[in-house]
Design a binder for this molecule. Structure first.
Ligand code: NAP
Ligand code: ZN
Ligand code: ZN
Length: 357
């Protein structure tokens, strides 16, 4: 038994997405089936379609910022019922037994996490995983999140990746009152980092290459804005930040940004530039400032639920542009030009037009 699904898939690397029918497993005893209502568009979707990180598995149905309504539950499911709002983020399975899984740090599973798409689910059926640019998904309840009811649902979808990827490192490194936090890159992740940084009490500065984003940065709650292409503005913030949360998706100069950290400052990489991370002047950039360069990957499931509850309490959602799935390539093109205000979210009702076309 299997479930017929309609989605949008890339059939090879760098391909345009086209409507594609495929199957998902039937709802098992511990599974929930979600009718997908909205799915966010992450820069990682584009990176994976373009094979920037590793050889992708094609056909590829991207999408890991998934929210919708539960339409079926397995007989042993305890925490979800039909009609509930539910979500799936970037992870869909893990070994569930290792030390990190036991701490609900599933993304750091010692045996390998299973991503929501572009992976083989080695703990389930060894079949490819397919993401949220589709009308329905089946997930184990352990890997399914409760979505708050008081927030705009479409604007909640990006919390499942952009939200947790920025919330998790801010919590891990205990960023808060008394800290100067720089958010590098004001895109999908960056704008969530600004909101969380402000909510946690830090003094937030946006470091951006886009002059047009200054007024938005302030509206999002940032205290300061520095145009990184303006040497005079940059000079004023040399050696000044406790943390840089780096969300940049493209090649950039790490030595330049490290110089903006004060003694013991921490540069946290969440952005994944295709060329990797290169420090030319290790001595001056790291040792002489006793600085750290660290990384962080999305977040575990317990922490993702905690983040969703935090957003519910503080009324935090993403700033979004709602699009039809047929317009996904315009969205990708704009995302490549850093022209995202500040997350595209696909209204999955638009798939129905494809189904009936
Ligand atoms: P996005 O919306 O496209 O934002 C990226 C921002 O980076 C842009 O808006 C731009 O901001 C800045 N930027 C772009 N090119 C730049 C350059 N050459 N130099 C300096 N800044 C530049 O992308 P996103 O969805 O937020 O994703 C950001 C990155 O995080 C991607 O690499 C994605 O794959 C990665 N990611 C990682 C994780 C994780 O677990 N670690 C999870 C999700 C995503 P300005 O216009 O303000 O300069
Ligand atoms: Zn993502
Ligand atoms: Zn594990």
């Amino acid at each position: 038994m299997s479930i017929q699904v309609l989605g949008y898939a890339a059939h090879q690397a760098n391909d345009t997405l086209k409507p594609w029918s495929f199957e998902r497993r039937d709802v098992g005893p511990h599974d929930v089936q979600i009718e997908i209502l909205y799915c966010g568009v992450c820069h990682s979707d584009l990176a994976q379609i373009n094979n920037e990180w590793f050889e992708g598995i094609f056909p590829m149905v991207p999408g890991h910022e998934i929210v919708g309504r539960v339409v079926d539950v397995g007989q042993h499911v305890k925490n979800f019922k039909v009609g509930d709002l539910a979500g799936v983020g970037t992870l869909i399975n893990s070994c569930r037994h290792c030390t990190n899984c036991h701490k609900s740090l599933e993304v750091y599973c010692e045996h390998g996490v299973v991503a929501t798409y572009n992976n083989l689910d080695k703990y389930q059926d060894n079949l490819p995983t397919y993401g949220g640019y589709s009308n329905t998904i089946v997930s184990n309840e352990q890997f399914t999140l409760h979505i708050p009811q008081n927030l705009n649902l479409a604007a909640t979808a990006p919390l499942l990746c952009a939200g947790i990827t920025t919330y998790s490192p801010l919590k891990h490194w205990k960023v808060g009152k008394g800290h100067k936090l720089a958010v590098l890159g004001l895109g999908g992740l960056g704008h969530m980092a600004v909101k969380f940084g402000v909510a946690l009490g830090a003094e937030v500065t946006v470091l951006s290459t886009s002059p047009s984003k200054e007024s938005d940065a302030k509206k999002l709650g940032a205290h300061n804005f520095i145009l990184t292409t303006n040497p005079e503005q940059v000079e004023k913030v040399k050696s000044s930040f406790d943390f840089i949360l780096d969300t940049v998706s493209a090649k950039h100069d790490f030595d330049f940004y490290l110089s903006l950290l004060k003694l013991d400052g921490i540069h946290i990489c969440v952005g994944i530039p295709p060329e990797g991370i290169h420090i030319k002047n290790v001595g001056l950039s790291l040792q002489l400032g006793r600085r750290s360069l660290v990384g962080s990957a999305v977040g575990g499931l317990l922490e993702t639920q905690e983040m969703l509850d935090f957003c519910s309490e503080h009324n935090i959602t993403a700033e979004i542009e709602l699009i039809n799935i047929q317009d996904i390539h315009d969205a990708f093109n704009r995302m490549e030009k850093s022209d995202v205000k500040y997350r595209f979210v696909i209204d999955m009702q638009s798939l129905k037009a494809t189904a009936t076309a």
